[in-house]
Design a protein around this ligand. Structure first.
Ligand code: 0X9
Ligand code: ZN
Length: 296
């Protein structure tokens, strides 16, 4: 099992994925994703019982570098699914524990609160693109020279190789994919599409019902109250986010962004002691969500 008493750096996450693949070689596959801007491999895992045509569910974590609490949630999902054959009979599981490796590294080495990728910009003082504004669905240039913005969306949709790789893999598996989840921090929210409008989507009732089943399962553990909300009304307006991409491109019927609990001085820097209680309450929420989606 992964360590939940401290935050793992990217090298350690990489090693963990490979340990899991060595131990469970008959039920795991390495995800085929592009290299990062700085040339690092992206390390995600598919866990499957091997039966063709099963429905599939997707989880990615730490697409925002500083949101360290999200990665252990992805690691916990891996630990659960390799240990429980019944979970593999429910669905094929696609899990990407660090979706922005270059930024994640930088948040360990230089700037704890780094959010974006590390791709160069014309302003050398302000590198990086917000990967969660870079997906190819209603991508919006905003102010195209505002490189220093924390939500700078890049020079075009999919300008970031990490984002392009994730987006294209999601489209590749769309026939089987039913659920997309991005794990972020912070806010104790389960957000559903869209981020660009408060107008209800066609299956909004189902999205709320599944999200509420998840929130109820989380609350049952230790009382933490996640709210279930439309992204645009619950948070703010966005374009080019991953959940809206997966939903809007028709890859899934259910798409969510989980915002975990805050911690530390800046909300994004909880102490390591917060990892275990977080994964202990969020895993039941993930399981309830998957069970709801697959039975509806
Ligand atoms: O703004 C974001 O990308 C996410 N919040 S965070 O504080 N982790 O940066 C929320 C994304 C929610 N989804 C959409 N707006 N589509
Ligand atoms: Zn985030």
């Amino acid at each position: 099992a992964a360590a939940y008493d401290r935050f793992l750096d990217y090298m350690e996450v990489h090693m963990f994925i490979h340990e899991v693949m060595d131990t469970y070689y008959d039920i795991t596959h390495h995800l085929d994703l592009a290299n990062t801007t700085l040339g690092q491999g992206m390390h995600g895992i598919k866990i499957t019982n091997g039966q063709p045509g099963q429905k599939a569910v997707w989880f990615d974590c730490a697409i925002h570098a500083r949101e360290w609490l999200s990665t252990p949630v992805c690691l916990r999902i891996i630990d659960e699914v390799v240990a429980n054959p019944a979970l593999r009979d429910l669905a094929d599981w696609y899990i990407l524990p660090v979706a922005n490796p270059d930024g994640y590294d930088y948040s360990f080495t230089d700037d704890r609160f780094w959010r974006k990728t590390r791709s160069p910009n014309p302003d050398a003082n302000c590198p990086g693109t917000d990967p969660n504004r870079n997906f190819d669905f209603l991508w919006d240039a905003g102010n195209p020279t505002d490189y220093c913005s924390e939500v700078y969306p890049g020079t075009g949709a999919f300008s970031e190789p990490e984002v392009k790789g994730i987006g294209n893999l999601i489209l590749d598996i769309a026939d089987n994919l039913v659920l997309y989840v991005a794990v972020h921090s912070y806010g104790e929210m389960i957000l559903y599409p869209y981020g660009h409008t408060v107008e209800p989507v066609p299956n909004v009732d189902q999205l709320i019902a599944a999200g509420t089943a998840s929130a109820d399962a989380i609350a049952a553990v230790a009382g933490t109250a996640y709210t279930v909300e439309n992204s645009a009304s619950g948070l703010y307006f966005t374009y080019g986010a991953s959940d809206d991409f997966a939903y809007g491109r028709g890859a899934v019927e259910f798409a969510y962004t989980f915002e975990l609990s805050a911690g530390g001085s800046g909300g994004f820097d909880p102490p390591a002691s917060q990892i275990q209680p977080t994964v202990d309450e969020v895993w039941p929420g993930i399981l309830a969500l998957v069970e709801y989606v697959l039975s509806n």
